[in-house]
Design a protein around this ligand. Structure first.
Ligand code: FES
Length: 639
């Protein structure tokens, strides 16, 4: 029995009685899901193109409209496959595009990876010169290597024979980790990985030239265990098999990315987005050969939040879900690719960068490295907005960091019609006079609202006077009494879940897209937590908002959020807009720097210890600041 997943025609064999969602996961097709397959979140919506399945159950009938069902839409988590099926997965693989399009290194650095290749010819032995082959190799390297990986010994005879004794040695920190016949000095690669809770990105670099060769991203397959870190921690803690599975899944995911990087590359122009300092621009280099060889990958760096680091190592992250939120490990972990089960050269080093604390991981170490926070003068704030808002405040070399449980609102997960930034998501909203102008990703018709659209919508409603500073959406009568434009007043209504504002009117078969009062509360909670975290760090530093020289927004979300809207809703502290910088995938940039430069790598290894972690849950002022921060600022904050 076979299931075909469109649009990429991925085929997977299945046994009768298997759940469609599980078959998709096996096929590497990621279908959203956020309710542990209980059929309540509606995120695993797929369309049956051909094949017969059982009629919808109660859960599906509650989540899907009659029109949806008539058009073949069903919930993947509720479908038990009994015969060949062809299904279409909406929005597949689009979300990753946002993350892959914004990789750029943010600072200059001294190129010099920890791995080097040397080409030389070794002399023939004779009765007069009976020095062994290994000694000849070591002496040809003239002190650049002093030791030899024993795994290579058995290769020496055939390599010397095959190459007429002309060989290339691969050396890492004075240790020979590779021997290759002939001159292969033009093939030395490394991959930097940023393991996000939602998206995993891999960047392939030419280590000797410092050239970016490709970027690939995939949805984190652990998603089937929950959209956020807490769900995954709970799964890992309650089911040993889930912990093992998540380790296998993430490693498979990295291998798939490596496979894609080897075969094809996206030639993406990495234009910077208004950086304060001129970044080093790395355009992906077009290569002459079609496919690279995984054996030529001799170095790998990995960053991720602390939970992702634990799951990558197969370590139960249970402690991260309960006070005092202590990780099992913070230090960097180095292992060979063969031990890490990565399809690179078996002796390549796989270096997982160090974590700072339970919810401030190596991705933030990478962000600090890429933003050059240590070297910069003045008071600098870096915010990585995701499910957790990670915040770093630096002043003249002193660094504080905290993490706030912002919740998944900005990733669309707790929003009524929220969705990730995929096809059909409203990504920006403007209210002009009585009109609501939407920008939708890759589509004419909206199907939901992603984080940047959500923030825009709230900011625009505030500016239009339809929403007050306490976060209350106005009723129709009050809006009319205040003389607000009638087309906007018409969009206010009482829906099934309370008051709502219609962002887009649906046609016959499409539902209206609305922003509900509850959605606005979710935004208040998320932005309140981040804003309060910022204020606490400022307090700990003995500084104030007015002292801030810059705010850097890291991460996918930070790159797309409109700064004016971030200021308007009070997510960002009120500083001049030109002092707010979007840094793109700064974690990926930091992981790449640690790959390309030993100097940067050493700095990254030291950084985690140099940052003081501030635990907000234990801070006496946090709760009060959080409650205050839930209000929206009066009037326009953007300058
Ligand atoms: S409805 Fe939530 S995963 Fe299917």
């Amino acid at each position: 029995m076979q299931v075909t997943f469109l649009p990429h025609q991925i085929q997977q064999l299945a046994r009768p009685g298997e759940q469609l969602m599980a078959i998709a996961a096996e096929a590497g097709v990621i279908i959203d899901g956020n309710c542990g397959s209980s059929g309540t979140c509606g995120r695993c919506r797929i369309q049956i193109v051909s094949g017969i399945v059982a009629p919808p159950d109660q859960a599906e009938s509650a989540v899907l409209t009659a029109e949806d069902l008539a058009a073949g839409f069903r919930l993947a988590c509720r479908i038990i496959v009994q015969e060949d099926l062809c299904i279409k997965v909406p929005g597949i693989n689009k979300a990753k595009d946002r993350k892959t399009k914004m990789m750029t290194l943010l600072k200059s650095y001294r190129l010099g990876s920890s791995v080097h290749k040397y080409y030389f010819k070794i002399s023939q032995a004779s009765l007069d010169d009976q020095k062994d082959d290994l000694s000849r190799i070591l002496s040809a390297l003239q002190g650049k290597a002093t030791a030899f990986a024993p795994e290579l010994l058995s290769q020496i005879p055939w390599i010397l024979e095959k190459s007429d004794r002309q060989i290339t040695a691969v050396v890492r920190d004075s240790l020979i980790i590779g021997l290759e016949p002939g001159d292969t000095t033009d093939r030395l690669y490394g991959v930097a990985f940023d393991i996000g809770t939602t998206t995993v990105v891999g960047m392939l670099w030419d280590l000797s030239k410092g050239e970016l060769l490709g970027i690939k991203a995939r949805t984190n397959p652990q998603k089937i265990y929950g959209a956020d870190v807490i769900s995954r921690i709970n799964s890992a803690n309650t089911d040993q098999n889930a912990l093992i599975q998540m380790k296998v899944m993430i490693r498979d995911c990295l291998n798939e990315i490596i496979g894609e990087l080897m075969i094809e590359s996206d030639w993406i122009s990495l234009a910077p987005d208004n950086h304060e300092t001129q970044p080093v621009q790395h355009e992906i280099q077009a290569m002459q050969h079609k496919a690279l060889n995984k054996q030529d990958i001799y170095d790998v760096t990995v960053v991720g939040n602390t939970t992702m680091s634990h799951l990558f190592m197969g370590v139960n992250p249970a402690q991260l879900a309960m006070a005092p939120f202590v990780p099992v490990f913070c230090d960097a972990v180095s292992q060979n690719a063969s031990n890490a089960a990565l399809t690179a050269n078996p002796l390549a080093q796989v270096l997982l960068l160090p974590n700072i604390a339970g919810h401030v991981g190596s991705d933030i170490v990478a962000v600090i490295l890429a933003s050059d926070l240590i070297a910069q003068k003045g008071l600098r704030l870096v915010i990585d907005v995701g499910t957790n808002g990670e915040i770093v405040l630096a002043q003249n070399g002193m660094m504080l960091a905290c993490s706030t449980a912002a919740g998944p609102a900005f990733e669309g997960a707790s929003i009524f019609q929220g969705m990730r930034a995929t096809e059909g998501a409203i990504e920006s909203v403007q209210i002009i006079g009585g009109d609501v102008v939407l920008s939708i990703i890759d589509s004419e018709t909206p199907i939901g609202l992603c984080g940047s659209g959500l923030i825009d919508a709230v900011a625009q409603l505030l500016d239009a006077g339809l929403l007050d500073a306490k976060g209350r959406l106005m009723d129709q009568q009050s809006a009319r009494d205040q003389g607000l434009p009638e087309p906007l007043v018409q969009r206010l209504r009482d829906g099934a879940g309370g008051r709502e504002f219609v962002l887009a009117w649906g046609s016959k078969s499409e539902q209206d897209i609305v922003l509900t009062q509850k959605d606005i509360r979710e935004v208040q909670l998320a932005k309140g937590a981040i804003h309060a975290g910022i204020l606490i760090l400022l307090q700990e530093m003995g500084a104030a908002v007015k002292d801030l020289a810059s705010i850097t927004l890291a991460g996918a979300f930070g790159n797309y959020i409109r700064k004016e809207s971030g200021l308007r809703i009070g997510l960002l502290p009120e500083i001049p807009i030109d002092q707010i910088i979007s840094a793109g995938n700064a974690a990926g940039s930091g992981a790449s720097l640690a790959l390309l430069s030993q100097e940067e790598r050493c700095q990254a290894l030291e950084l985690a210890k140099a940052v003081r972690h501030v635990e907000l849950a234990a801070h006496p002022e946090f709760q009060a600041e959080f409650l205050k921060s839930m209000y929206f600022p009066e009037g326009s904050a953007a300058k």
